[in-house]
Design a binder for this molecule. Structure first.
Ligand code: ADP
Ligand code: MG
Length: 253
C-alpha cells in the first residue's frame, strides 16, 4: 500500500528525514515511536503533501502511484488521511457543514452520490455516539475553543466519517485522559479492516495496549533505527529512548 524508499527531506536547508525506508501493507498497523524533534510529524506532513518541504531524494509509492506527484486533495481522495498532532482552529467555519462538504466532495470524486443532510446526520450521529462526544461539536466552529482532547476526538471523528485506506495519526493520544484514550482507541479499532492500514505516531506505549500494532519502529534523527513487534514498545517504556539509541550507535560502530 505504501512504500517509502531512501527518503530524504529538508526544510529551509535543514535536513530532517534521512534515508527513511518504510513499507506498509494493507491491513497492517505500524507504530512509530521516537524522541521529540526526530522528524515524526515531518513524515506525516510529507505524506499528506504539505508544502514547504523539499524532497531531496527518494520515493514514496502509494497504491502503485507516485505519491509525491499528487496534490494533497488528490491524496485525500485516494484514501490517505492525516490526523494532526496540533489540529488547527478554523473560526467562522461550521464543523458539521465542513464535514458534510468534505465527505461529499470525496464521494463525488469517487463517483458516488452526495449524501443529503438527514442521511448525514444519521451517519455522523452513530460516530458521535461511539466516541461519546457532545452533539454540539457539529454546530461549533472547527476546533475553535476546543480542549486538546476534544480536538483529537474531532480528528478521529473525521477519520471515522471518511473511512480512509491509510490513516496517519500523529500523537492522537497525547493530552488525553484515560477514558478518552480508551474511547478513541475503540473508534480507531472499529475501522480496522484487511484493506485499511494505520501509521500511529506516538511517544507512549500506553495506546498500544488498546490498539495492537503489527510493527513498532523506533525513529531517531530522521529515520528508523530499530523495528520490532509490540514488545519493542514495552522495552522503550522500560528503558527509555536514549538507551536504545546508544545501543544502536554502539552496534553500528
Ligand atoms: P517530531 O514530530 O518527531 O517531534 P518534527 O517532525 O516536528 O519532529 O520536527 C523535526 C525537526 O524539524 C525538529 O528539529 C524541528 O525543529 C525541525 N523543523 C520542523 N519544521 C521546521 C521549520 N518550518 N523550520 C525549521 N525547522 C523545522
Ligand atoms: Mg511531532
Amino acid at each position: 500500500m505504501l512504500i517509502i524508499k531512501n527518503l530524504c527531506v529538508s526544510i529551509k536547508g535543514h535536513s530532517i528525514l534521512k534515508e527513511l525506508n518504510l513499507s506498509i501493507k494493507p491491513g497492517e498497523v505500524h507504530a512509530i515511536m521516537g524522541p521529540n524533534g526526530s522528524g515524526k510529524s515531518t513524515l506525516g506532513y510529507v505524506l499528506a503533501g504539505k508544502k514547504d518541504y523539499k524532497i531531496t531524494s527518494g520515493t514514496i509509492t502509494y497504491n502503485e502511484k507516485n505519491l509525491l506527484e499528487l496534490p494533497p486533495e488528490k491524496r485525500s481522495e485516494l484514501g490517505l488521511f492525516l490526523g494532526f498532532q496540533y489540529p488547527i482552529e478554523i473560526p467562522g467555519v461550521n464543523n458539521g457543514y465542513f464535514l458534510r462538504m468534505a465527505l461529499n466532495s470525496q464521494r463525488k470524486k469517487r463517483g458516488l452520490d452526495e449524501i443529503d443532510a438527514p442521511d448525514f446526520i444519521k451517519k455522523i450521529s452513530k460516530i458521535i455516539n461511539l466516541l461519546n462526544i457532545d452533539k454540539k461539536f457539529l454546530s461549533r466552529e472547527i476546533n475553535y475553543g476546543f480542549s486538546g482532547g476534544e480536538k483529537k476526538k474531532n480528528e478521529i471523528l473525521q477519520m471515522l466519517l471518511f473511512k480512509p485506506n491509510l490513516s496517519i495519526l500523529d500523537e492522537v493520544d497525547s493530552g488525553l485522559d484515560i477514558d478518552s484514550l480508551k474511547i478513541l482507541s475503540k473508534g480507531i479499532n472499529s475501522l480496522l479492516h484487511k484493506n485499511r492500514s494505520f501509521l500511529l505516531i506516538t511517544h507512549y506505549q500506553r495506546i498500544l495496549n488498546y490498539i495492537q500494532p503489527n510493527f513498532v519502529h523506533i525513529f531517531f534523527d530522521g529515520h528508523i533505527i530499530l523495528s520490532g513487534n509490540k514488545d519493542l514498545a514495552l522495552i522503550v517504556e522500560k528503558k527509555g529512548y536514549s538507551n536504545i539509541i546508544n545501543n544502536r550507535k554502539k552496534s553500528n560502530n
